[in-house]
Write a protein that binds this ligand. Structure first.
Ligand SMILES: [Zn+2]
Ligand SMILES: [Zn+2]
Length: 267
């Protein structure tokens, strides 16, 4: 279906360009037919949101990864971070490794370029389906509940958006397009107090920093549900673990922590 659509589409454009309709081409380039990564013209947008050059730079989280948190590991089995403290979420998953160009794209999405959430949200959905297509909640079950990690109301106002909400929207939309029952709930979790910048904190400090900051707004909505918790990055996993603990405390069946990119295990 997608392939046919793409083929038709390409043929149509090839015809237009062969006739030298340069103006039309410029019109489309100015109106969204551009790579979300570098702005170069991209005629099969949004089938592809990144051009081949940008796609080439992305660090996919393939190969060996931690069976608990999903980060790329140097050896077989659970990563060192999970070994020292097992996160509360059921399992973690990420399509990309938080390194190099991938980290730059993620940071841009977070700091002023929410348009990049479309690319990451869709890759997250593909990664999720690859792993959970046969999961009881996905394959004809109750469906999944998609919950982005919230910012405080004040922070969201200052930034203008919450990148986790943007990701969750595209994640949900893609799953629905693939026939998966996915419900987005941006109000289930609430962040009630501001937490300090976590950049230079270790796991224990981060855990103390986030402890009690998140509140489950509608406890009854969690009961028995498979929840996919969405965030942009996983570093130590402390925030995901804290939110998952709250959701599981409200009797969620399981919490899958789905992020755009996760920090790899350090050698
Ligand atoms: Zn590009
Ligand atoms: Zn791990």
């Amino acid at each position: 279906m997608t392939f046919d659509f793409l083929k038709k589409y390409k043929e149509k454009f090839a015809l237009i360009f062969s006739k030298g309709e340069r103006k039309l081409r410029d019109f489309f380039a100015d109106n969204g037919f551009q790579c979300d990564g570098c702005g170069k013209e991209l005629f099969d947008y949004p089938v592809h949101r990144f051009c081949a050059e940008c796609e080439e730079k992305m660090g996919y989280n393939d190969g060996r990864n931690c069976p608990k948190c999903g980060r790329k590991t140097v050896a077989e089995g659970v990563c060192l971070s999970c070994k020292s403290r097992l996160p509360k979420f059921t399992v973690g998953l990420s399509p990309f490794v938080y390194r190099g160009e991938t980290a730059s794209f993620i940071n841009r999405m977070k700091n002023g370029a929410p348009v990049l959430a479309a690319y990451f949200g869709e890759r997250m959905a593909d990664c999720f389906l690859e792993k959970f297509a046969q999961h009881s909640a996905v394959a004809g079950g109750k469906g999944i509940l998609v919950v982005p990690i919230p910012l405080t109301k004040e922070r969201e106002k200052t930034r203008g958006y919450n990148q986790a909400v943007e990701l969750a929207e595209f994640f949900c939309r893609r799953l629905k397009d693939k026939g998966v029952e996915a419900t987005l709930d941006v109000e289930l979790l609430e962040k009630r107090r501001e937490t300090a910048q976590q950049k230079h904190m270790n796991y224990r400090e981060r855990q103390e920093n986030v402890s009690g900051a998140y509140h489950v707004h509608k406890r009854s909505a969690c009961r028995g549900r498979t929840i996919v918790l969405i965030d942009d990055i996983m570093t130590t996993g402390a925030t995901g673990s804290e939110c998952a603990a709250r959701l599981l405390g409200a009797e969620a069946k399981e919490v899958i922590f789905m992020v755009g990119a996760s920090l790899p295990e350090l050698k």
